[in-house]
Design a protein around this ligand. Sequence first.
Ligand code: ADP
Length: 496
Amino acid sequence: MRHVLALDQGTTSSRALVVAADGRVVGRGSRELQQHFPQPGWVEHDAQEIFRGTVEAARDALREAGVTPDAIGITNQRETIVLWDRTTGRPLDRALVWQDRRTTARCAELRAAGHAEAISRATGLVPDPYFSATKLEWLLQQKARAAKVPLERLAAGTIDSWLVWKLTNGAVHATDPTNASRTMLFDIDRMAWSDELLALFGVPRDLMPEVRPSSGAFGVAGAEHLGAAIPILGVAGDQQAALFGQGCWAAGESKNTYGTGAFLLLNTGPVRPAGGQGILTTVACDATGAPAYALEASIFVAGAAVQWLRDGLRLLEKAPESEAMARALASNEGVYFVPALTGLGAPAWEPEARGTIVGLTRGTTREHLVRAALEAMAYGTADVLEAMRGASGAPLDVLRVDGGATFNDWLMQFQADVLGVPVERPDVIETTAMGAAGLAGIAAGVWPDAATFFASRTYQRFSPTPGANVARQGLGGWRRAVRAAVSWARDTDRGT
Ligand code: ADP
């Protein structure tokens, strides 16, 4: 039996999975990752700790599996950027994490100077500290100058390229199009670094990794790291890896991750779609691991609404109790909760919006509020998917799901009823790592093609209930509640 080692380097931990050709997970490992908050709004990781933790997690997984894998696949937290010295192998500073907001003023300046349109045209993104470009600019200005290291000795890259460089002992400095597409330096029409944007952010081209196909050769990890020399044959950013791991490699296939927030991606195939309303255009993978386009959006508060009802209002003790509470009611009885606790994302896009509960009566109970929080995840997902479909013209055939809140069967059925399409939940929920395993395993011949890889995965399917009027009609009430939340945010007349 052949095996693939998947390395999943996430924001809070580094995990490793050994996947057998028949789809079974035969080894697991993980290491926590320390978060550094040196100033308000700053978020950093120690890149050396990232590498160490990833290798330790991998060794644990390999020990449990007792096999030597045929290939390594890497998936990673996106946008987070490292600047290092090729000669010493040491980072010049901690990695600046995607959550880091230190370049907020710089992004406002870019918008004011009229760069937003060119950035969006080239990259599919909007100027925001979230993406790597302004962080790399900051590192170059603040750290590279001070360190007085000649520019030609420096290398930069997202976490995938840092891991590849370390594992290959400096032999390969490469990334893939999915990670590159999140840097705000990559032209997603030409699938190459944008000279204009590199110039805008003062990034010498030689600093950047070579961009190679997501499924293909990224060098060989040295035997001193994992006990044997193993080829690295797959690389993709976490969301795109999850999309691939969910088998969504053709136009119209989408996945949603229901965690603290929700992350939606819709594969739109070979033609670049238009974004807007908080929906970004990004690069994903087709069935061979070659670039395809995708639309991506996030819902800032999804499972976090249940957390807030639990910790803030103490309406329940554990999130899974929400399932029985929602089932206890035949409908929401007109109660809607728009959990815009940190503003409204796609497609309404109103940063000033705040949480809004409407439709309260003397009969309202905690069950109503809990059910409304679950319904909000399903309605919010439907709104984003409808906007994506409008932007791309891609049909929606199925929604594949992962993340903590998908264990809620009531929510999954309600989601299928609201959308009118089947919702499919995989039995192995580590879809991100599975995607990295798939990309590497296909290149290694562990699976001859994506369809064979996907055939090794099993799913539970939630089909729309015929005549599910409660869910469909609910969507209309939800949209009215969203309009109420938006109008509250925009009506600033305080009646003084
Ligand atoms: P993250 O990776 O973002 O930390 P997870 O994928 O672990 O999140 O999912 C945790 C989130 O899912 C929490 O916000 C929690 O409130 C929610 N959650 C967990 N279990 C359930 C459940 N059975 N029903 C509804 N929400 C749930």
